[in-house]
Design a protein around this ligand. Structure first.
Ligand code: SF4
Ligand code: SF4
Length: 412
């Protein structure tokens, strides 16, 4: 067997058989990233290295174009951090151009009734995950705690690390978090029946198509490249668009939420809030520039002084690294795992580029996210005013579920 197997039931990836030259690049990529030659965790990295374009994401954007002209629904969209630093590549901008406002403008022009920011969802994940980490540290149970926002990693862990299932965080991913909030908090606020909302997640990721097929709130997932296809098909001149702001209530994200798009970003974000929860004071300045966790290295580790305790932290890229370091995992308290090289900025739904330029391009996308965090006055998820309001008026009243239902994952 020279190629990866793509089953007909795969909701994330498909193969156009006429284009396949049986070169074996997809299998090589899968072996190098994930360490196996069968099964599929839907990361889609094979799409980025297939030389003939035979492997593609399962496209959903045409269904959305149909909903956008159906007046019986309100079609809303949530946008992941990594899309705004890559969408420009489709329209001749330099990689790493930060085009958040133009992206929002394009989505409004396409007819989306509301444009919300998944960075708000990332802030919610930070709040819940930091609290969960502090509780586990106090009880000394289910450590190390693994992050759970990458669905391809969660799939891998369920299949290949069954003994560690209860170590996964029970938090929903940022898309899962904000999806639940749109269909409850926002629906109640705007007095819209939830079944009249069609919710679309715009992401750099094809594995999210699988995650959301099992999610009751997110109806469709489209990738960065699918957004570019929609913009072109609707004859929108992206370069001439004036920047617009996100819609309020679920439209504000912190710098911590934004860096979720890059490997090490979830860790940096969670540590800021965990420090605050442990000590009731803001983390020292060096927590806002944890260079040790940044970049594409497959295994990054450090012991972080949290004042009340020392936290042993690892940041992992690619599941094969987990396989290689399996014996070391119990030496840590917190482990972030992202399937794609460099994290979500290197997701399989991002613009295609020459393979030999991809490392450099991912570095530019990542730099743009960190630059924005650096310039943002709002750096902590717990300081986000929309997050505070959501907790006070809704979440603390128990009106929404932000943790996973999957019984395997809530053993703890
Ligand atoms: S990389 Fe593309 S062309 Fe090569 S075997 Fe895989 S699907 Fe076929
Ligand atoms: S690292 Fe990000 S883009 Fe890649 S599979 Fe995981 S969630 Fe998707």
């Amino acid at each position: 067997m020279k190629r990866v197997v793509v089953s007909e039931n795969n909701v994330a990836i498909s193969r156009i058989e006429e284009r396949c030259i049986n070169c074996g690049m997809c299998l090589k990529t899968c072996q190098e990233n994930n360490g196996f030659d069968h099964d599929c965790i839907n990361c889609g990295q094979c799409i980025l290295t297939c030389p003939t374009g035979a492997l593609v994401p399962k496209y959903n954007y045409r269904q959305i174009l149909n909903y956008l002209v159906d007046t019986s629904y309100q079609v809303m969209v949530i946008t992941s951090p990594a899309v705004r630093v890559a969408i420009g590549e489709e329209f001749g901008y330099e990689p790493g151009s930060f085009l958040e406002g133009q992206m929002v403008s394009a989505l409004k022009r396409l007819g989306f009734a509301k444009v919300f920011d998944t960075t708000f969802g990332a802030d919610l994940t930070v709040m819940e995950e930091a609290r969960e980490l502090v509780e586990r540290l106090k009880k000394k149970e289910n450590l190390p705690m693994f992050t759970s926002c990458c669905p391809a990693w969660v799939d891998y862990a369920q299949k290949y690390l069954p003994e560690k299932r209860s170590n996964l965080s029970t938090c929903k991913s940022p898309i899962g978090m904000i999806g639940a909030m749109v269909k409850s908090y926002y629906a109640d606020f705007a007095d819209i029946p939830r079944d009249k909302i069609i919710l679309v997640a715009l992401t750099p990721c094809v594995a999210k198509k699988q995650e959301c097929a099992e999610d009751e709130n997110v109806d469709f997932v489209i990738t960065t490249r699918e957004l570019a296809m929609m913009i072109r098909e609707m004859n929108i001149d992206f370069k001439s668009l004036k920047a617009m702001a996100y819609d309020k209530l679920l439209g504000k994200g912190s710098g911590a939420g934004l860096i979720f798009g890059s490997s090490g970003g979830v860790t940096e974000a969670v540590l800021r809030t965990a420090y605050y929860l442990l000590n009731q004071e803001e983390a020292p300045q060096d927590f806002y520039n944890l260079i040790i966790f940044r970049g594409e290295k497959d295994f990054k580790e450090a012991v972080i002084d949290m004042k009340k305790l020392k936290l042993r932290v690892a940041v992992v890229n690619r599941p094969i690294t987990i396989k290689e370091k399996k014996q070391l995992l119990d030496n840590f308290d917190f482990i972030e795992v992202m399937t794609c090289p460099g994290g979500c900025i290197g997701g399989a739904g991002q613009p295609l580029n020459a393979i030999n330029k991809m490392t450099e391009i991912r570095a530019k996308r990542s730099k743009a996210l960190y630059q924005n965090d650096c310039e943002n006055n709002l750096k902590n998820s717990y300081d986000n005013p929309e997050i505070k309001e959501a907790y006070q008026t809704y979440i603390q009243k128990g009106k929404v579920k932000l943790h996973r239902k999957n019984k395997n994952l809530i053993k703890s």
